[in-house]
Ligand binder design. Structure first.
Ligand SMILES: Cc1ncc(COP(=O)(O)O)c(C=O)c1O
Length: 391
């Protein structure tokens, strides 16, 4: 079976994890800081804050902006649940934006339209979450211009875009959020990272990921309780705002450090595979077309195609089942989040034709570094067979 994505774990990764397991630390230890340091180097970030999922990273970033009840954040509907859920976790509301029907990305036009509509409903839009779907980077320069003109801060959902340094370096955003879930560019099982240029926000997020606990004597406010003879009591800590347990354990940081060393190689291989698909699948147009990748650096997280199932006289479910019968995995990224019962109940029906058009046709096909050229050829041939064209 060729899955749509999978991790690449090698002997040195196993050795790194085994060494961490033999050390004194299973959860927070010296490897957390080391992972953050290496992640910052690899992603171009000034500050990298590790946590235990991409979802936690998005939630930390939303808290980093101090979003809360009464605030609204614009989120494109074609994304994973977390991009929206992280906003709701702060008590703020989500306003779903439409996306480009062919790339699935939040465009300036869709962003401006969402801003105008949210304004009509008297929503206080404080943030927006551009999602770099499949690894293609949104036009951040113009989104940032529109955001600044409207006093809106940007959180990049970069879970598909590790390796694109303008994103990691927060060239156009307050925060960028990454995931190290197994199908992503590097894998630690569960894991996430927030990058930012804001040192104070990074330091606050490090507290929020660990229950909001403060140990540093200079930051304590209950000084009468905290000190004895001018010295901080050895056990004393303070919680000044609510926090979570979003800590990334040392064992997973060991795997992350080891995987980061391979990031460039992994992305290079993903690019080779994507180019091979581009060439092999071109004759299947217009029934099946690759999602355009644009000219900018691309995270190459997913290889998505747009299929006219009706034209092929089939449905997506039948098509996916037929692929599966030939041992080819596929997945839909994503069911538009505004269609989820929770969000329908909360916000009512929304007309988002771009999201619907992208969703109706998209399918992610296998892409991961360990794929061989023969595997790519096999997937293309199988797709050709289902489209009635020999490749
Ligand atoms: C676009 C996007 N956002 C957020 C997430 C959440 O990341 P995680 O699964 O690490 O919580 C994912 C990963 O599944 C994702 O693909």
């Amino acid at each position: 079976m060729l899955p749509y994505g999978r991790q690449t774990i090698e002997d040195d990764d196993l050795a790194a994890v085994a060494a961490a397991l033999r050390s004194d630390f299973l959860t927070t230890g010296p490897l957390v800081e080391e992972f953050e340091k290496q992640f910052a180097v690899a992603s171009g970030a000034q500050h990298a804050v590790a946590c235990n999922s991409g979802t936690a990273a998005l939630h930390l970033a939303a808290m980093g902006l101090r979003l809360g009840a009464g605030d609204t954040a614009i989120v494109p509907s074609v994304t994973f649940l977390s991009s929206a859920n992280a906003i709701r976790m702060t008590g703020a509301e989500v306003f779903f934006a439409d996306v480009d029907p062919d790339s699935g990305l939040l465009t300036d036009a869709a962003f401006e339209e969402a801003l105008a509509l949210a304004g009509k409903y008297r929503r206080e839009v404080k943030a927006a979450v551009p999602v770099h779907l499949n690894g293609r980077i949104c036009d951040m320069r113009s989104l940032a211009r529109a955001a600044a003109a409207n006093n809106v801060s940007l959180i990049e959902d970069a879970c598909h875009a590790l390796g694109v340094t303008s994103v990691g370096a927060n060239e156009f955003s307050a925060f960028a959020c990454f995931s190290t879930h197994p199908v992503k560019a590097i894998a630690t099982g569960e894991g996430g990272v927030v990058t930012t240029k804001d040192e104070a926000a990074a330091s606050r997020m490090r507290k929020l990921r660990s229950h909001g606990m403060i140990h540093d004597a200079s930051e304590l406010v209950q000084r009468g309780e905290a000190f004895e003879n001018g010295e901080k009591k050895p056990w004393y800590y303070e919680m000044q705002e609510i926090g979570w347990n979003y800590r990334m354990p040392d064992v997973l940081c060991a795997l992350g450090i080891s995987q980061l060393k391979k990031l460039e190689r992994f992305i290079k291989r993903r690019e080779e595979i994507a180019r091979l698909y581009d060439r092999l699948l071109a004759p299947l147009a217009p029934a099946l077309k690759s999602v355009p990748r644009g000219n900018d650096p691309h995270g190459l997280h997913l290889y998505a195609v747009l299929i006219d199932f009706e034209k092929l006289g089939t449905t997506r479910a039948k098509f996916m089942n037929a692929l599966r019968a030939e041992n080819v995995g596929s997945q839909v990224h994503y069911l538009p989040v505004h269609r989820q019962p929770y969000y329908r109940d909360r916000y009512g029906e929304r007309e988002l034709p771009g999201a619907d058009a992208y969703y109706a046709r998209c399918l992610s096909i296998p892409l991961y570094p360990a794929m061989q050229d023969e595997d790519v050829e096999y997937v293309a041939k199988t797709l050709g067979k289902l489209c009635g064209k020999a490749i």
